[in-house]
Design a protein around this ligand. Sequence first.
Ligand code: HDD
Length: 701
Amino acid sequence: MATDNRAGDGGPDRTAKDRQLDAYRVDPRDTYLTTDQGLRVSDTDNSLAAGARGPTLMEDFHFREKITSFDHERIPERVVHARGAGAYGYFQVYEPLTEFTRADFLRDPAARTPVFVRFSTVAGSRGSADTVRDVRGFATKFYTGEGNFDLVGNNMPVFFIQDAIKFPDFVHAVKPEPHNEIPQAASAHNTLWDFVSLQPETMHMMMWLMSDRALPRSYRMMQGFGVHTFRFVDQNGRGTFVKFHWKPLLGTHSLVWDEAQKIAGKDPDFNRRDLWDSIEAGVFPEYELGVQLVPEDREFAFDFDLLDATKIIPEELVPVRPIGKMVLDRNPENFFAETEQVAFHIGNVVPGIDFTNDPLLQGRLFSYLDTQLIRLGGPNFAQIPVNRPVARVHNNQRDGYNQRRVHQGTTSYAPNSLGAGCPMVADASHGGYVHYQERVDGAKIRRRSESFGDHYSQAELFWNSMSDWEKEHIVAAYRFELGKVEHRHIRVRVVAHLAEVHPDLAARVAEGIGVEEVEKPSRSPHGDSSPALSQANARRDSVATRKVAILVADGVDAACVASLRETLAGVGAIPEVLAAWDGKVEGAGGETVPVDRAMSTMASVLYDAVVVPDGAASTRSLAGDGLAVHFVAEAYKHGKAIGLLGSGADLLRASRLEAMDGAGVVLQEGRGAADQAFLDAFVTALAQHRVWSRPTDRVPA
Ligand code: HDD
């Protein structure tokens, strides 16, 4: 191994197999396989044995090292939020927030603060599907010059419980049941609803979980919330309560339940893939950060407690003020190194951001550091590249597993004189973190504040704020979930709580799950609503990165396909041509029409819309192809835009949709290429995300 064969393609240590593989290597000269000790390996396909048919020898250090490393590849997955996807980007504040906070990264509009975001589901294991009904994590690490700030939020603004001591109970209830580990990544089972029925503080969050918010179309089309009331602190130590909101620039959009379930089989990586692909394509996900600010003297101005994480501050009471924008523009290099090893901690704050006494927040402050110790093998996980602050780190913490720093000098204590007194502490004027000086004076008790006692008013507010279709989806979700609960008495108990939320909701759910007696509620509805809660009001009418399937067969009008491809790509959508087979089909005039994917490898649920171009022979073939017929019918069922040109309209009959409501079905009677009127109407329908008025339950798909 004496020769470093950097210059040539031959040399004494290169085998014929090496040369054969060179074609696949980026740099064949410098990428020798080595052991962890740097020793070049001559054979990694055969273990060292005593003869061709003999036993493997202990002295095969390469075999032992390779297998040992493999045996230890896994680290414990997160107890919750095990399945996730991450991306890098930056955050930039719009204007200085100096009036409210001394946080440096919120004061300089010219500065870009690097971020790493990890989106996740909560209940499922690392290998579970993306599109299950669940809360989504939305955790952001801001690498600021003053240290890392972690905003560890969710895509719903409230939480299931009020006190962190209930977290293990809640998580045990929602996770697969312990005797048979069923069901995976699903809340529709006995133990979750047993818990919920006995813990009414869950009611508001359950409304969110049963709503379409639990089925985001994309991480790029999902809101995020810090959930708790935090505190901004200004230069003079003055505090202001703050709630954090992320709003996606593409609008907030969801899947429908039937679609979400099917995607879980067709593409379990649906949300993860979508995030990855859009960043690779240079269409960067963007979110606006907003804050709701409440002066300290208004702490008791609301009919709920600001410290109660099961409550929102309605945006109509305190508007969300946009303060900056986050752009995610880089995918990680390696999933494990970055997305799996990233360690968030709600206690990672910077000067100018502080906590409140929210008992859920307080408990989280313990949990995150604790969980990283076991997950990442000891106290030095902040040295892992994705966790490393950009701010300089000096302290007297030493040693431990995976210590990568080579500390110098003789002192690791303070005070010291042998190390010139370093590292020294900083007061506020030198960037030191000074805790907000809140007066605390109370008896030691285990008791929930009475101000946390109303579990129904905001659940009703949510219900009242929904559009008709959102209400329908919520009722259907409750029916589905409770329909999977085998114990009748649990169903009855849940319906009794729903009656406290709103009698209409309870009656509609009860009817679907065989509960005949609905108890009379103890409260009457207040009737208030908060329009900002409805996804109907969170649209942005964009077609950027919307996926459109163009179904073709031999005999399709090639000009029609070309015009569709060009126009849709031109407005930022992603058109893909699908046929019974991959490769190409022949156009009506003998042209070659390239095909992107075989229909059998995809499904309508993986697209936002479908178009059938003109071409008599093509339409005839498609109408006789069960996959194509189902494709169109299913797209209709899920409220998607459907475009039919010329003879393509025959697919409506084949899919038994002829007599159905035509909303969102765009037709062009004329033959040939798509005309402007068709394209405009189709793009408008696509931008609406879904048509909710269709009688979808009559569609056999
Ligand atoms: Fe938590 C992970 C969000 C309550 C304990 N949590 C975790 C993640 C998110 C949240 C987004 C994943 C971070 C990542 O991608 O790595 N959690 C929340 C929100 C909550 C909340 C918004 C309520 C407002 N969590 C909560 C409580 C406790 C925990 C009350 C415990 C007392 N959470 C954890 C944890 C996790 C975690 C066990 C698992 C893995 C990890 O921390 O790093 O410590």
